[in-house]
Design a protein around this ligand. Structure first.
Ligand code: AMP
Ligand code: GLY
Length: 430
């Protein structure tokens, strides 16, 4: 069968790579894909927003399954178009994708169905929001309701920071329509993890947990980004906590969406804070996480395509996982997440050990076939290890081979897992 992956980032490269290994699959297409995917997919020059053309392409080629990567096309109704045309697609309809598209909708759903999350209130009026702020005090979290490319959340430590964020959103319309409504939310503390599940209606098949690193610079400093590195599993969070989150968060959310007449098919992603009172939702996404997917899929022993097809047929297939952990570091173009420098040659990629994973995102090729930075996150380099610290050492050793002044990456990806493991081993030796 032929499979189409919609999107162009590292997440989609990992999806193409994984799908390509399925014995059920003869050909993988990526629309529009990126230059680094050409080893595992045929690129189709269609953007994620070209709905009619994508449907036409899938019909003409006889695509048996389409997986949609990013949130924007889901919220524009791309999965709806595919389903209307009788095509098999893994990704939620627009109504179900609202769980990511509107934070107010997600919070109201959680409240209605008793899904644990931070206390909150929704505002369109600046005066009312400021009055609520006075009542609650700082720290507090200010969130634009709609999609704002990961920039619509301000964790305000002080009242004046919170006031400024509220004014920027409700009075200055910093994110346009996306901040016509805002959510003010209690600030939570704890370990943050990403827990994704393959979902079809009320059936929920959890994937292995991962931890992302959202800030641009070491020590969790600097601006928020799409994600600078990730690892899976997350050894400092106990299995029972993950199981609790599946039972109290993912399954109730899938059930709630069915009851609301918005059944979800695709990947439900819960960003969780492991608080003293147990796991609570920070956010829901309606798709595979990026970069989390790039460290989770390589650990999956099962055939992703077979699992998805059986899930869509009403079964609950079991997923088998490798014991080994995986850690990936994102190299981004200098300037990311603001204005990026592009066009720098990535030297040394051909010298990487064959057992590391190189997933491309913002790269292109020049006439000589060399890879250049093309903006944003350039690539993720990942490696496996018996433990996360072992995987971590491998990745950084390999990254030293990449010579390029036009990129930067964090040096401390996975350090927290590292420290936890060290503490544990010290404890054991005492
Ligand atoms: P989001 O875009 O909703 O994932 O938020 C971006 C980041 O802000 C999250 O990854 C958290 O680190 C932080 N954040 C969001 N909501 C909260 C909260 N209620 N308490 C503490 N931190 C939060
Ligand atoms: N890594 C965060 C996200 O995919 O939204």
């Amino acid at each position: 069968m032929k499979v189409l992956i919609v999107g162009r980032g590292g997440r989609e490269h990992a999806l193409c790579w994984k799908v390509r290994q399925s014995p059920l699959v003869s050909e993988v297409f990526a629309a529009p894909g990126n230059a680094g995917m050409e080893d595992c997919a045929v690129r189709v020059p269609l953007a994620e927003s070209e709905q009619e053309k994508l449907v036409e392409f899938a019909q003409r080629e006889g695509i048996a399954l389409t997986i949609i990567g990013p949130e924007a096309p889901l919220l524009e109704g791309l999965a709806d178009r595919f389903r209307e045309a009788g095509l098999k697609v893994f990704g939620p309809n627009r109504a179900a994708a609202e769980i990511e598209g509107s934070k107010a909708f997600a919070k109201e759903l959680m409240k209605k169905y008793g899904i644990p999350t931070a206390e909150y209130a929704v505002f369109t009026d600046c005066g009312e929001a400021l009055a609520y702020l006075q009542e609650k005090g700082a720290p507090i979290v200010v969130k634009a309701d709609g999609l704002a490319s990961g920039k619509g959340v301000v964790v305000a430590e002080t009242l004046s920071e919170a006031e400024e964020a509220i004014r920027c959103m409700l009075l200055d319309h910093k994110f346009g329509e996306a901040c016509a409504k805002i959510v003010l939310e209690e600030s939570m503390e704890g370990e943050e993890i990403s827990l994704m599940a393959l979902v079809h209606g009320e059936t929920v098949i959890p994937l292995e947990p991962a931890q992302d690193h959202k800030r641009a610079y070491d020590g969790d400093r600097g601006p928020n980004t799409g994600g600078m590195g990730a690892y899976s599993p997350v050894p400092q969070v106990k299995r029972e906590i993950i199981e609790e989150a599946v039972e109290t968060i993912l399954k109730p959310c899938a059930r709630a969406l069915v009851q609301e007449g918005r059944p979800f098919t695709g990947v439900l992603y819960a960003g969780l804070m492991i608080t003293e009172d147990g796991p609570k939702v920070v956010e829901f996404n309606a798709r595979f996480g990026d970069p989390e997917t790039q460290v989770v899929l390589p650990r999956m022993k099962s055939d992703l395509v077979e699992v998805i097809l059986r899930l869509l047929d009403g079964e609950t297939p079991e997923i088998l996982w490798e014991e080994q952990g995986m850690l990936g570091v994102v190299a981004a173009a200098v300037g990311y997440p603001e204005k990026c420098e592009t066009g720098a040659v990535l030297q040394g990629l051909t010298e990487l050990s064959p057992d590391v994973h190189l997933f491309h995102a913002g790269t292109c090729r020049d006439e000589e076939g060399r890879f250049l930075t093309a903006g944003g996150r350039a690539f993720l380099l990942g490696a496996k290890g018996r433990t996360i610290p072992e995987a971590r050492e491998r990745v950084y050793r390999e990254l030293d081979k990449v010579q390029c002044l036009g990129i930067f990456y964090r040096r401390d990806i996975g350090l927290r897992a590292y420290q936890t493991m060290q503490e544990a081993s010290q404890g054991a030796s005492l």
